[in-house]
Design a protein around this ligand. Sequence first.
Ligand SMILES: Cc1cc2nc3c(=O)[nH]c(=O)nc-3n(C[C@H](O)[C@H](O)[C@H](O)COP(=O)(O)OP(=O)(O)OC[C@H]3O[C@@H](n4cnc5c(N)ncnc54)[C@H](O)[C@@H]3O)c2cc1C
Length: 306
Amino acid sequence: MSLDPPADLGLRRDVLLARHTYLRIGGPAAWFGTPEDLDQLDRIATWARAQALRLRVIGGGSNMLVADEGVPDVVLSLRRVANVIAFDDAEVSAGAAIMLPSLARAAAERQLGGLEFAIGIPGSIGGALQTNAGIGDGRCIGDLVRSVQVLRDGARVTLHADVPGDLEFVYRETSLRGSGDVVLGATLALTPRPREEIDAEMRRLLETRQRTQPTAEPNAGSIFRNPDGDSAGRLIETAGCKDLAIGHVHVSALHANFIVHDGQGTATDYAALMAEVQRRVLAMSGVRLRPEIEWWGPGDLPEAWR
Ligand SMILES: Cc1cc2nc3c(=O)[nH]c(=O)nc-3n(C[C@H](O)[C@H](O)[C@H](O)COP(=O)(O)OP(=O)(O)OC[C@H]3O[C@@H](n4cnc5c(N)ncnc54)[C@H](O)[C@@H]3O)c2cc1C
């Protein structure tokens, strides 16, 4: 049983995570905070360690499914402490809480290209660096990263892309994921490009998303990773899962690798539908789909993540 935190840590009890996730699903975090500065962040991390509580950071909440019963953890938003964008010629340093589309637009204003691909990805820099966020043509954040600043066991550490062993980025996976490091920010290398070209490309990418993804319904982006040489959406569609539903949650008719809900969906039904899609795809094609979204919950992982 953990003690209540000192008041000056600013942690709040039982804050509903549904308000912080793109899916609008999820029960409460035992403790939730938006630290004001790095000192308060350090002190919260120290307190959580002393109480043996897990510390989690939430960015845009766009790549996760949070259990209906919530998480018995300390969840932090870095939006007050890691929210600065600073340009230095063609390099940009961005706080972990900066959202990718905002950064892409700020770069466009300075006629700097490289982040066009990120215009429709509703995640933060900190979240993007966990999964090497990117798009179908192979462009991804990892290609731009020069360095990443993290909080590791109470110390601020800078990891460099050109130092062997510091940072690794592959398809939807990076060395930062699961490391326990809190990402504070990153420096990215951009490329000068005329504003009209950048804007035209971003418009085209957004139009494609609008046409091919269920943007009006709560969703979590692509649910499963693409297996080598194939597409999860194609496999799900071939297995006849389009429109498959459990409760208020269903596979999108527009894009089979999106699972949406009508506003009343639960995490329990969402996870059950993911497992059912996995079973049908496995039976049809022999491929076991692996979730791209992350599970946040107490106890054992649900079937879809095992
Ligand atoms: C409509 C839609 C479209 C999408 N399209 C794409 C796409 O085209 N390409 C793509 O790659 N993804 C896509 N995604 C998925 C998602 O947007 C990305 O994975 C995004 O990078 C996640 O960032 P986030 O801030 O929302 O992370 P969150 O969901 O908040 O968190 C994800 C993980 O990152 C960790 N994390 C977040 N911030 C930090 C930090 N500062 N330090 C340490 N850990 C941190 C969290 O603890 C969690 O483990 C899409 C999602 C949606 C809803």
